[in-house]
Every structure is written in structure tokens, then in C-alpha cells.
Design a protein around this ligand. Sequence first.
Ligand code: GLC
Length: 442
Amino acid sequence: MSPPTSLLSEAYAVLDANDRSAYTQPAAGLYPHQWLWDSCFIAIGLRHRDVQRAMGELSSLLRGQWSNGMLPNIIFSNDAAYARDRNVWRSWVNPHSPVDVSTTGITQPPMLAEAVVRVGQKLTPIERRSWYRKMYPALIHYHQWLYNERDPHGEGLALLIHPWEIGMDNTPPWMVELHEHQLSLWVSLIQKTHTDSVIKLFRRDTKRIPSDERFESIEALTMFDILRRLRRKIYDINRILDHSLFAIEDVAFNAILIRNNQQLVAIAHYIKEQLPPGLSSSMNQTKVAFEQLWDPFSANYFSRDFITHRLLKETSVATMLALYAGTIPVERARSLVSQLKDQHSFASHFPVPSVPLNSARFKPDNYWQGPTWVNINWLIIDGLKRYGFMEEAKELRQRTLEMITSFGCFEYFDPLDGHGLGVENFSWSAALAVDLCLNPIL
Ligand code: GLC
């Protein structure tokens, strides 16, 4: 399939409309700030047209880095209109937070090393070296933070403390955990008395998007409740874990960590730097520990509870991101690919659904509970390619491009008929459409 030029120009128009000079907002209105993994995907697309802007997109993420190394999932716009967003998080309660910008106190999937490498591919060797040198210290600091703070038992897997950290906000395994273990007394009371409909009045997303395409109100309230509890512990991981808040070793996050560790090693080699020794051994441990997330009975990878090591056996597209990790045994990769091709499971007409079709929790139009997302497809395509599943990678690339060409750069898509859902003119859908267009699979 030759790249449709109209798709490219439409995608570039979206990226230009969302340009906020220091960064690209994910979408006007609903997402005005800078998000961590969004900027990584955006830079991967932007590099094809304007490598300087792609570099700026990633460098500006470093504005938000905490002095302990954390990269927050959101750097808030300083605009007076968003004082409420900044004030909900109050990042300044933690002494490690940056002084010039407000951020959240949590992170998002560590895609930065991948984005730095992809952008580097568009530079001359000399420019690439200086680009890598610029980004390397921050990347090392971030990955060290992931291991120091998020792997307190030194087991190799990073734990997450809020569903927003995985970036698949209402994915079923996490929502089941929330409902079963996390509703605090006041949230349960609201649920029992059905006053949750009042909450809708305060939500930004459901003012723009039909509420059946988003979180349930009670889930939104629980998200806020967890945030409040984290804030009370001033985002200090020791205090947080002391109070048995829930902590999950997420399969998608750790798969992304594995691949980004490899990219960080590649960056270090290129600039002839030695990785700190502790970091190298943690990285190796992650690849081994990841296999503990494999469930032989259902032939899937699952997230698990940090304390009990119980697997959260709700199948979601997260299992497929093990392909992106690239370190799982070939026979397990093959078994995942057979599910990708199974029409009762992940082979919908516009794949890959965020929840398989045969799951009781599949909802074609609800956010991360069924719809197809372009960033997830991009990650899976990349994994398929590296495992040598070329036909499958080609097919998924083509279906993804067809979907965006026919329906536009939406936030997410109905996996059955492909129609666009969520917000329109969504930056990562545009950016990754550009990348998929211009990176044909040989
Ligand atoms: C939603 C998505 C998250 C993304 C953010 C900004 O919260 O679930 O992954 O980073 O929007 O686009």
C-alpha cells in the first residue's frame, strides 16, 4: 500500500494544530498539558518532518523531571486557566518536585529511550552523538529511579501505584482490583446511595465525550480517591507502601521497560558510556522476572499484585505487549500471535481490541475496555517485526492505516466497524500514522 498523501497532510495538520511551542498537546480542550508517553509517540512521528521539533518535544519532558529521577506523567501548562489541575496534584508538597513547573506525582510507561533512539535515526552520526549525550543523564536517572523506588524488593519488576500510570486508565484487570479491593468507605457509600451521578457534573471528559465511552463515575471517583491518598503521603513511595495502598506489577509497563532498557543500553554504547553496574543487573533481572507473569493455563501474560504475587487474570491487550519486550521465548510469542489471529479473541475487523472479543468485559466503545488504540498497534507491530512475524506485522500496519484513513485521527476506534471514538484530532494517532506510513515493512 503506498502512503496516502492526504493521510499525511491530515496528520501533519493535527500535529500543527496541537503545537503549543514547547510541546504538543494530546488534544485541544480535553488534554491541554504535556503527557509523558504521548510526547514520546508524538516525537516518533514528528521526526519525519521536523527533527528539531521532535527533539524539542522530548527535551521539554526533562523540565518536569524530579530531582529523584522521576518523570511525571503530566507536566501542567502554566496557564492561569489550569490552576485547578495543578492544585489537585500539588506536586510542590514533595521536595523533589521541580520549582518552575507543576506536575503530577506519578509516572507513565517509560517510552523515552525508544523515542530518543527513533529521533536519533534522523540525525547525522555527529548530531546523534550530541543528542544522545544530552538525553543520556536524564534517562539513566529515570531508569535508576524506576528500580530504586518502584522495585523495593529488588525482584526485577516495577510496581505501579495508580491506574493512570499504565496509561490504559480503565483496563479491566485494574478495574476489577479497584472494585474488589480499593473502594474506600466514602466511595462505597456514594456508590450505595447512587449519588455518583452528581460526580458527572465535575468531570471534564464527559462534558465532551459520551459518558458510556469513558470511566464509570464511581471509577473516576476512586481514581481521585487514590490520588488524594498519594498526595497525603506527599508522593513518597516509602510512606505509600507502608500504608498498603495497592501496588501492581503491570505487564504492559514492564514489557515497555524491558525494550526501553535495551534502547538505553544502545544509547550508552553509541556514546561509549558505561551503565552504572547496579542498573545493568536490574535490567537483566527484569527480563527473567517477566516470565513469572506468564500463565501457562490461558497462555497469557498477566499483571500481578505486588504483595501477594497473585496474577490478575483478566485478559487484555497488555499480554500482546510482551511481543514488544522482545525477550520472551519464541514459543510463547508464537502462542500470542495465534491469539492475535483468532477471530474470537483479538482478530476483530479493525484490530487490535484493547480487550479480546470473547471477554465478558469487552465493550467496543468504552475507552480501554475494547476499543483499538493506535499506539498499542504500533508497539505490537514493532514486536511482531522483531520476532520475524512479517506478514502479521504488514497486515496490522495496513489495517491500522486503513482505519485512520477512513475515519480520521481519533483517540480510539471501534474494533468492529472502525468508527472513531473519544476526541478527534488526537496527536499520537496522527504522529504514529505518519510513522507507519513512512516506515513500510520490508
Ligand atoms: C488518557 C489515556 C492516556 C494518555 C492521556 C493523554 O488518559 O488513557 O494513556 O496519556 O489520555 O492523551
